[in-house]
Design a protein. Structure first.
Length: 430
């Protein structure tokens, strides 16, 4: 049996030397979520339990442990993110969560962002692929098969902002004017501006890009594209590009071939020689590291998605791109996600959509995002056989044309089922 710490019947996942040690019955904490969270969690739990049972004939099982956050935590404990919940995720290492609401404008900071920062989950990993039977707005959704690595703790999501009219905003504007007059002069309407700060570090950028490259090498992916807006934000997004290439060449050596290497060979020996070296490197299984301006990426993933494999991005652009790509393959309702620290092994797998309070407790919502996030979790802890059964179940449910209302309204001749019914359809298809 794998190593575990056991207290009574409790066994927990550990990380030693960067590798997970997973017991046969790990305790995994979960947050049910707000709005439709309880509905989709109920279906997801049933599907994941069924996949594990079928894959391992009872020799393995997940021991689920509910922890509180969001509305439920506020109602019961008066705190949206209790310390006990953070401690549970630290203790058990791997967990899951449903959607949690975030106020727009005023109000509390995002609980999702707070959880990522507190646990230093610096990778937001979002695989995007199409499943046969899903309606999609593009001609060839089957060409979309990418994994987004979005930096999770920096950029504008650091939350460093000063509200217009506040004392802090006045102080910051004065600080800018007195100490950085040339920068202050760039502010179009300084007297009526709120201010925000965008920190992007070499450390944060390098570890994110390194994680993306490790994933590509481990999973047989051919390229990693560094997505940035370095032509305009030269020292933040441009820094992300520079530090990403440095991580690739310094940390991975001859396991990768970079666009910068290609450019150096081209300058020295000509384009034909550079192309030959690149083709040889890729034929040898090296991962190609390249970069592209963010707006060009949005155009290219629509017109030539086959050219993209793994994409690494700063926080905000990665947020935009993840949802835009999900729309190409059927919508965010089927898009899974994970927040990972692949050094400590800590990971939280989550539904990537919102809480949809209008449909709370109606048993109508599509549980696929949370179920597929659970599939990612199973693969993360090394339970590949169970993860494969989840995929088989989803493909089978879609092949049988049993779908929830969000998909049914796009293919009305299919069979409409509830949230629970969709989970049951997946279990039957395993």
């Amino acid at each position: 049996m794998s190593k575990s710490d056991t207290t009574g019947n409790e066994q927990r996942i550990l990380c030693e030397n960067g590798r997970l040690n997973v017991p046969n019955t790990p305790t995994i904490p979960y947050i049910e979520g707000d709005g439709i969270g309880p509905d989709i969690w109920r279906a997801a739990k049933a599907v994941l339990n069924a996949a594990v049972e079928k894959a391992y004939n009872g020799s393995r099982a997940i021991i689920w442990k509910e922890v509180l956050a969001g509305e439920k935590a506020v109602n019961q404990l008066g705190n949206g993110l209790p310390e006990e919940t953070l401690q549970a995720f630290r203790h058990y290492l791997v967990g899951m969560k449903g959607p949690m609401g975030t106020p727009v404008g005023g109000g509390a900071r995002s609980l999702n962002v707070a959880l990522r920062k507190e646990l230093d989950l610096y990778v937001c990993q979002r695989p995007v692929r199409w499943f046969k039977g899903l309606p999609a707005p593009v001609v060839h959704p089957e060409h979309v098969n990418m994994v987004i690595f979005r930096e999770n703790t920096e950029d504008v999501y650091a939350g460093i902002e000063f509200e217009l009219g506040s004392e802090d905003n006045t102080k910051f504007a004065a600080l800018l004017q007195e100490n950085f007059p040339s920068q202050y002069a760039k502010v179009r309407f300084p007297k009526t501006s709120a201010f925000g700060i965008k920190p992007v570090s070499s450390e944060g950028s390098r570890r994110l890009v390194s994680s993306a490259i490790r994933y590509a090498l481990t999973n047989g992916r051919k390229s990693v594209t560094l997505m940035h807006k370095g032509n305009i934000m030269k020292f933040t997004e441009g820094g992300f590009r520079k530090w990403g290439y440095a991580a690739a060449e310094e940390d991975f050596g001859d396991r990768v071939f970079t666009q910068l290497q290609w450019e150096r060979i081209k300058a020295d020996q000509g384009e034909d020689a550079a192309n030959t070296v690149r083709e040889t490197a890729l034929a040898e299984g090296k991962v190609y590291i390249k970069d592209m301006i963010a707006d060009a990426v949005f155009e290219a993933v629509l017109t030539r998605p086959q050219e993209f494999d793994v994409i690494a991005s700063p926080n905000l652009n990665g947020d935009y791109l993840s949802d835009a790509l999900a729309a190409q393959v059927g919508g965010i309702g089927i898009a899974p996600g994970a927040n990972i620290n692949d050094v400590t092994g800590a990971a939280v797998f989550e539904a990537t959509h919102g809480t949809a309070p209008l449909f709370a407790n109606t048993n109508k919502a599509n549980p696929s995002s949370l179920i597929l996030s659970g599939e990612m979790m199973l693969r993360y802890i090394g339970w590949q056989e169970a993860a494969d059964l989840v995929i088989r179940g989803l493909e089978g449910a879609l092949a049988a044309r049993t779908v929830t209302f969000d998909i049914h309204r796009l293919i009305p001749d299919a069979t409409l089922v509830s949230t629970d019914g969709f989970g049951e359809s997946m279990i039957k298809a395993m």
